[in-house]
Design a protein around this ligand. Structure first.
Ligand SMILES: O=C(O)CCC(=O)C(=O)O
Ligand SMILES: [Fe+2]
Length: 299
């Protein structure tokens, strides 16, 4: 049955990841994404319940908004059990070994009243990046993973161009983006994710969300990175002081503690001012750059 590994657009099983870990890593490095198990089905009812109440709280804060997200402050419970469970643990440790920092867990929400397209961007793109700045940024952002793991069927919002996490945008691509920042791009792909399957990707890939009216979306959106990564996102360490509370780690699943030890270390570095600000700049800055509003030299 397990005669050959899955193709690039096929879903890995955990057994296949165990059998071909080198190929799994290679695909992630070369293409910037892999499809793999996202969660153990027995966790789903508790996760949906936890997500529902987080989503309600977020919607109460931003009434009338069809999309948005909630941010999980990690404590013992379904979200921690999810991060400690086999799918996320096996995928992330196969990619980066066991010295990993947990960066965040969000819920991406959609209850869209109309179609909305984001603009193309790389997360964390520096506002003033020119071609050299872009190259330097890419070099630093190869050791991180972000994922989308839907709690409801048919999430096909996330679109991306495989391989763009390790190359400059072409003149053609930049021209397209200037013309129509949300327009179709050569090589763009998307997957329709079923519950239980996640897309694990490098958020440096050129990507955007395309949101369709009527789609119910509650999608877990997590991020981790190798501690050897040269990417030091200040914002990841900000607002997580709760991780430093005495006895905090002991309340969480043992399997998750090594990752959170690294997060704590990072939070302390941010508190001490050892992490420069700037790395947190994200999609908005990049879209401004594409529209030529931010002193870009990349044209
Ligand atoms: O909704 C998505 O899947 C993508 C969101 C995104 O790219 C972002 O918020 O930076
Ligand atoms: Fe993004």
């Amino acid at each position: 049955m397990m005669q050959s590994p899955p193709g690039p657009n096929e879903i890995w099983t955990l057994a296949q990841i165990g059998r071909w870990p080198g190929l799994f890593r290679l695909r992630f490095r070369e293409l910037g994404f892999v499809l793999a198990p996202g969660l153990t089905p027995s966790l789903l009812p508790r996760l949906r319940e936890a997500s529902r109440s987080a989503a309600e709280a977020a919607r109460a804060d931003h009434p009338g908004k069809g999309g948005g997200r909630y941010i999980v402050a990690l404590e013992a419970g379904p979200f921690a059990d999810y991060l400690a469970d086999d799918p996320v643990q096996i995928v992330v440790s196969t990619l980066f070994g066991d010295v990993v920092r947990w960066n965040y867990l969000h819920g991406l929400l959609g209850d869209f009243r109309r179609d909305v397209d984001m603009v193309w961007h790389r997360d964390g793109m520096d506002r003033y990046a020119d071609a050299r700045g872009e190259m330097a940024l890419l070099a630093r952002r190869q050791q991180l993973v972000q994922w989308n793991c839907p709690l409801y069927p048919d999430d096909d919002c996330f679109c991306f161009v495989p391989g763009t996490h390790r190359r400059l945008l072409t003149a053609d691509e930049l021209a397209c983006l200037r013309e129509a920042p949300s327009g179709p791009l050569d090589g763009e792909i998307r997957f329709r994710l079923e519950v239980g399957t996640a897309l694990y990707y490098n958020p440096t890939l050129l990507h955007l969300g395309r949101y369709r009216q009527g789609l119910l979306r509650e999608t877990l959106h997590g991020g981790c990175e190798s501690v050897w990564s040269r990417w030091r996102p200040w914002s990841v360490g900000y607002g997580k002081e709760y991780l430093l509370a005495q006895g905090y780690l002991e309340t969480l699943p043992p399997r998750l503690r090594p990752w959170l030890e690294q997060t704590r270390r990072f939070v302390r570095e941010v508190k001490r001012g050892l992490v420069p600000r700037g790395d947190e700049l994200g999609s908005l800055a990049y879209s401004a750059m594409i529209r030529g509003e931010a002193g870009s030299e990349s044209s």
